[in-house]
Write a new protein. Structure first.
Lengths: 114, 115
């Protein structure tokens, strides 16, 4: 069965430090991959997505992610954390060109320390 | 362009009652999906509607149902509420499934509390 694993339910970084949030998926077919962010008492906002083509994708707010098929990974990075990045981040996957529902990871809560 | 809207935003119900939640997708979007978010189970898929037809259904009991209208607006209904149904219910809309531009846009959610 297809699944998504986010390593680390809570990640804490200093302001200005590198942000790295890990996501691995399991699938026997090509995935569509997404990262969403959720701020308290709000819905999910799409940060970036990978469908086909370039494996390094850039999103909003300075985030980017790289699809590595050999490692079945889609880790999210940002070179320099900002206080406003503190939120919960979800990795999600869909299959068959988006014909299947999104399967979400458990989420990673990012804290940014001043 | 207005985003996905969900009503009501907050709801308190008693065990055994039923509830209806509403979702209006982004204009032009024809696909609507519903998700349940709880601290213990995370985000779980409930069902997806496209052109008034249910395309996919998650692993939830029959107490959970939904429908989509000709204007793409969607409702979900939960009957005989249980304490465990307390959750944030999120609606997401997309243009259509199965396209390279596929992406879902989420509403702010309806926070349901069952007492």
């Amino acid at each position: 069965a297809q699944s998504v694993t986010q390593l680390g339910s809570h990640v804490s970084v200093s302001e200005g430090a590198l942000v790295l949030l890990r996501c691995n998926y399991s699938s026997s077919v090509p995935p569509y991959l997404f990262w969403y962010v959720q701020y308290p008492n709000q819905g999910l906002q799409l940060l970036l997505k990978y469908t086909t083509g370039a494996t390094l994708v850039k999103g909003i707010n300075g985030f980017e992610a790289e699809f590595k098929k050999s490692e079945t990974s889609f880790h999210l990075t940002k070179p320099s954390a900002h206080m406003s990045d503190a939120a919960e981040y979800f990795c999600a996957v869909s299959f068959y060109s988006g014909n299947t529902p999104l399967v979400f990871g458990k989420g990673t809560r990012l804290s940014v320390i001043a | 362009k207005a985003g996905v809207t969900q009503t009501p935003r907050y709801l308190i119900k008693t065990r055994g009652q039923q509830v209806t939640l509403s979702c209006s997708p982004i204009s032009g979007h024809r696909s609507v999906s519903w998700y349940q978010q709880t601290p213990g189970q995370g985000l779980q898929f409930l069902f997806e509607y496209f052109s008034e037809t249910q395309r996919n259904k998650g692993n939830f009991p029959g107490r959970f149902s939904g429908r989509q209208f000709s204007n793409s607006r969607s409702e979900m209904n939960v009957s005989t509420l249980e304490l465990g149904d307390s959750a944030l219910y999120l609606c997401a809309s997309s243009l259509a499934p199965g396209t390279q531009s596929y992406e879902q846009y989420f509403g702010p959610g309806t926070r349901l509390t069952v007492t």
